[in-house]
Design a binder for this molecule. Structure first.
Ligand SMILES: C[S@@+](CC[C@H](N)C(=O)[O-])C[C@H]1O[C@@H](n2cnc3c(N)ncnc32)[C@H](O)[C@@H]1O
Length: 252
């Protein structure tokens, strides 16, 4: 399959990823992106939620603790295994499946109130097909909320050199991302894609999803002071979070 290399990179990185997110090292998630994303998502009590590309389930568990009826899918069997082991320790009623987001065949049309995709659409090779599948399984007026690294400010690797994506913004680029920050106990490497904001908007539009809100999360001075790692975010955004709704009459 075309995206086997992407899946293999996540399977190979599973142990390092779990260590990264569960040991308080993912400061950008905990202090910046999650507060903004969950504020935007609001009350999820009683909602049916599918968390796509859920990884080892960190945010899937947050949704379940907030009272949603949650299912998580990811195509990395090793990450899903890790999520299931965690569900056995803290039973939140989450169901996990191994699946490519671009093919959600086992999932019914018009079923979910909310689909979330936290910091993962940039890692999904077939993003048009994936957004179309997400729209299909959403109820009419259901919401799709996703976050991605900000395409205007992210750094990408080209021929081994790390460059600002803004220097070649209009070129879709598949690249190997080295997770080698000092705070990581185990460095790892995954495969990612640089695309433009227009690419993501067109994918939503084609799938009958209308954008309702867009957030570029920033910090309070107090958080920046406590977490110097995040200081640059006072000047430019690290991520963008987009909320869209399925048009009531859409037929995919
Ligand atoms: C940066 S991680 C984010 C994981 C999770 N959303 C979180 O917030 O911890 C990206 C995830 O996307 C998953 N992924 C990439 N392409 C996928 C695809 N086509 N179908 C399903 N999962 C995919 C990877 O396996 C990985 O778990």
């Amino acid at each position: 399959m075309e995206n086997d290399d992407v899946r293999d990179s996540w399977d190979a990185s599973a142990e390092a990823w779990v260590d990264f997110v569960r040991t308080g090292n993912d400061v950008t998630r905990d202090k910046l992106n999650n507060p903004a994303a969950f504020d935007l998502i609001g009350d999820v009590t009683g909602l049916t939620v599918l968390d796509v590309a859920c990884g080892e389930g960190y945010n899937t568990r947050i949704l379940a603790r907030k009272g949603a009826e949650v299912t998580g899918v990811d195509f990395s069997s090793r990450l899903i295994r890790s999520a299931i082991l965690e569900e056995r320790k803290e039973s939140l009623g989450i169901r996990y499946f191994i699946s490519d987001v671009a093919n959600l065949d086992g999932f019914s049309d018009d079923h979910y109130d909310l689909v979330s995709c936290f910091m993962a659409l940039q890692d999904i090779e077939n993003y048009n097909e994936s957004v179309s599948e997400i729209s299909r399984i959403l109820k009419p007026r259901g919401r799709f909320v996703f976050s991605i690294p900000h395409p205007c400010f992210e750094k990408i690797s080209v021929n081994g050199a790390r460059i600002e994506a803004s220097n070649r913004y209009f070129e879709e680029t598949k690249y190997a991302l080295n997770w080698d920050m000092e705070r990581l106990s185990i460095p790892f490497r995954t495969i990612s894609f640089h695309r433009t904001l227009t690419d993501y908007f067109n994918a939503l539009n084609l799938a009958g999803l209308s954008v309702s809100r867009l957030i570029e999360p920033t910090l309070t001075m107090e958080t920046a002071r406590r977490f110097p790692l995040l200081k640059s975010i006072l000047k430019r955004p690290q991520s963008v979070i987009i909320e869209s709704f399925k048009d009531a009459k859409v037929r995919i």
